[in-house]
Write a protein that binds this ligand. Structure first.
Ligand code: PEP
Ligand code: MN
Length: 263
């Protein structure tokens, strides 16, 4: 169902007021984790002003260490709901547990399935039984075939509103956090009608590499990017090394502006 042999035309997934996969290049941005209402609102205001239309931020965080900040949970969803209403931004957050699906669906515009859950088939079927837009992130070591089959699970369960996300994979290379596989973007755009979003933040893990790879995402035919930023990157409770400052984000948005506005 996700193949171009079945549907030749590009699918446009509507995330609130944002059409993803249309002529317009979509900018999703925000902190790795929702830390407080004040933090999210301030971030939302500047990403919106710079040109983002979708606010990202995790309330349920899949942390490598059980001792790291795990997210604000439902409290974070409520903050994001409030901030979305206040700023007019559409919202996206990660769902890790089927038990939280109703709350995420109630408060947030789109559901993110994280890299670690790309092959959590129970979760894929559960979001497939809703009509919520889903951003499906590529697993840490998933092949493109496995990624497309994970997307197929969601669509086959009845939800056609799927966006694929290339967020970097594990390779022998350790200089960067992950290896952003832009081959996958061009390949998936050729084989599938689903929109493809690039995550240059997790794809590199390095602040200074986020902007060049966001521009590369435009060049290889992606439909948008999802970028982590923080009002004070050094103080970010998670993924601090890859967070853009408001100034860096603004500069990047100015460079992407010709592509962001539909012509
Ligand atoms: C995130 O978006 O903050 C995240 C945890 O991403 P990934 O699932 O790609 O690691
Ligand atoms: Mn993150």
């Amino acid at each position: 169902l996700v193949s171009r042999e079945i549907y030749a035309q590009d699918t446009v997934v509507q995330v609130g007021n944002t059409p993803v996969g249309s002529e317009q290049f979509t900018i999703m941005a925000g902190p790795c984790a929702i830390e407080s209402e004040d933090q999210l609102l301030e971030t939302a205001r500047y990403v919106k002003q710079a040109g983002a239309t979708v606010l990202r931020g995790g309330a349920f965080k899949p942390r490598t260490s059980p001792y790291s900040f795990q997210g604000l949970g439902v409290e974070g969803l409520k903050i994001m709901h409030q901030v979305g209403k206040e700023t007019g931004l559409d919202t996206i957050t990660e769902l890790m547990d089927v038990n939280d699906l109703d709350d995420v669906a109630r408060y947030i515009s789109a559901i993110q399935i994280g890299a670690r859950n790309m092959q959590n088939y129970t979760l894929l079927k559960a979001v497939g039984e809703t009509q919520k837009p889903v951003l499906l992130k590529r697993g840490l070591s998933a092949t493109i075939e496995e990624l497309l089959l994970a997307a197929e699970y969601i669509v086959a369960s009845g939800n056609p509103n799927v966006m694929i996300c290339e967020r970097g994979i594990r390779t022998f290379e350790t200089a960067t956090r992950n290896t952003l596989d832009l081959n996958a973007v061009a390949f998936i755009k050729e084989r599938s009608h689903l929109p493809v979003i690039v995550d240059p933040s997790h794809g590199t893990g390095v602040r200074t590499l986020v902007s060049p790879m966001a521009k590369a995402a435009v060049a290889c035919g992606a439909d948008g990017v999802i970028i982590e930023c923080h009002r004070s990157p050094k103080e970010s409770v998670s993924d601090a090394a890859q967070a853009l400052s408001p100034q860096d984000f603004h500069t990047l948005m100015q460079q992407l502006a010709p592509f962001v506005t539909a012509s």
